[in-house]
Design a binder for this molecule. Sequence first.
Ligand code: NAD
Ligand code: UD1
Length: 337
Amino acid sequence: MNQILVTGGAGYIGSHTCVVLAEAGYGVTILDNLCNSRAEVLARLQMLCPTKLEFIKGDIRDPVLLEQVFKARQYQAVIHFAGLKAVGESTVQPLAYYENNVCGTLALLKAMQHHGPKSIVFSSSATVYGDPHAVPIKEDFPTSATNPYGRTKLMIEEILADLHRADTGWSIARLRYFNPVGAHESGLIGEDPLGVPNNLMPYVAQVAAQRRPYLNVWGNDYDTPDGTGIRDYIHVLDLAKGHLSALRYLEQHSELITLNLGTGRGYSVLEMVAEFERACGLKIPCRMGPRRKGDIAQCFADPTRSWELLNWRATRGLAQMCKDAWHWQCSEKLRNE
Ligand code: NAD
Ligand code: UD1
């Protein structure tokens, strides 16, 4: 069985991707230091996987551990999710972000160069487009960053491009995610942010669950039909399947590919709230607030290249995303009672 090393596989997107990989017949080893995920997730994740998952608790910045990991088993490829991802936190603790994301990726790539597979799928982000001059966003649009988190993604993208220029034996996918939301339909895995959620969907779900009194809508004076920000929300399982498609592509091509993973459709904050209200049958109280610093009016993908190259496209709509997010929220509540 072909074995894949999944760094950050206990986290939100990684855990859903592990399910998709295991269902597709791959062996999966997770390497995660659990700095933003819980060990309990692993047992629930295992329930969804037809084969036994391997779990290594450890840090991608640990070169000794990495050497052991790659010497102990032959991996076909690495899917690299491990990283810190909170934009606000990155502006307060930039060094922690450069250390974890950039130095961590360097340590991983060095170990792969010496002992491991030369095939990697990397989690990049639509944040690398900065404030795009137009929508939908194509992969060849200019890139920029407005915060340390975004800069770590750009730096890693550049490191990967240099690596491929130096040695075309590498197979590399740089996947730029738009806004992953929703959860596995079982309610066993999902997004579990610590503290106050920064992102819209988990915040809305917590308001619906009466854990928070109302949603702050950050700005209703944007140049959009209802004045609120527009984003490309993508079901996390569609995103996970995009990784499987990229992995299969890299099995056949030792190339550097850069792809948007989005649906190609944008929804406003108020449209998202209305759809969530339909999914949960409850009213979501909202309060209009000022714009959030660094936010942009509109961000949605042109996913054509992913379709042409990988034959991949998102299939789940906003109703399914909200339904699964709500089911996950209710399941978590029951488990915590
Ligand atoms: P997450 O925090 O749920 O998962 C990341 C996992 O990596 C966690 O389980 C964490 O414990 C682990 N980790 C972090 N640093 C590590 C280290 N040094 N060594 C080992 N494990 C480590 O985040 P997610 O939402 O699943 O995101 C996964 C990746 O996708 C991240 O790189 C993130 O930047 C990127 N991304 C996420 C989004 C999003 O909206 N969720 C959007 C674009 C890109
Ligand atoms: C987030 C990340 C960004 C990443 C992108 C795609 C932050 C600050 N930015 O931004 O780096 O590239 O996801 O994964 O985390 N909103 C509210 N009230 C809230 C929360 C959000 O009105 O409580 C609005 C925002 O103003 C925005 C929309 O909802 O218009 C979506 O916000 P969010 O979920 O944070 O995603 P991004 O802004 O796209």
